[in-house]
Design a protein. Sequence first.
Length: 309
Amino acid sequence: MILTFCICSTLAYASNKIIEDETVISGLVTDVEGEPLAGVNIRVDGKVIGTATRPDGTFSLTVQQDPPLTLIVSIVGFRSQRIEITNSMVDDLEIALEEETISGGDLVVSASRVEESILKSPVSIEKMDVLDIQTAASPSFYDAIANLQGVDFSSQSLTFKSINTRGFGANGNTRFVQLIDGIDNQAPGLNFSVGNIVGISEIDLESAELIPGSASALYGPNALNGILLMNSKSPFEYQGVSFNIKQGVNQIDSEIEDPSLYQSYDFRYANAVNNKFAYKVTGSYLRAQDFVGQDYRDQSGIVERGDYE
């Protein structure tokens, strides 16, 4: 008789323990404006137990665990929340989720005017980023473009240089287009870009992209030889004062002239007034010796007929 009483007491205690190890949670999930959200994931932190909200935003969840416990409420497009549960019976839980902006990586899309396979029309793009521009072993970033694949440089002076690709070798290349932030910087009346004289300051350059292949023809007939896309730094992202100083020696001919000093100074200031308006000011100064004239004779460039010996 005594043995039977002990067994009954043990079973009753186990039954009461199962009832106590249970937490029942129910409630409503909405956005900050009170609209119900369907399909919101609700799970217990550290366990594989969870549920999802119904079309009207309500949910119910039973967990075989004594409080306290933590609920993680999440859905794509909204900021996740962690809710602490301290009671074993919660039937009026209201959760309001805030919207969250998710930024993905940049997507570059190239298109053609005719239908074709991408495997049959490869596009070769040579690019210089900010690090390449700063570490280039050249007087300027424009001179460093000569190191890109498929580029032939034609130098008329220290600042007047022409970029040629695809085997062209013109001094004034009218079939090569230079764009700065999408704007053509051809010299008025010449129909070609005079190097970087009317171009962009090196300290304000974010990247330079060169398309030497036939894909550059998609930008128009003037881009038959190639196209150079130069992107400047945004005043929203690159703010403050910046200086760039370069000094070196420019030697023309040791027998004619001693080496001369090469000096280059760049200045940039940018400021964002608010999230919609910003401004920047840039300036450049270059001083160097380009060529030396050694012939002081007063001669005509045209030989008169009959007077030539």
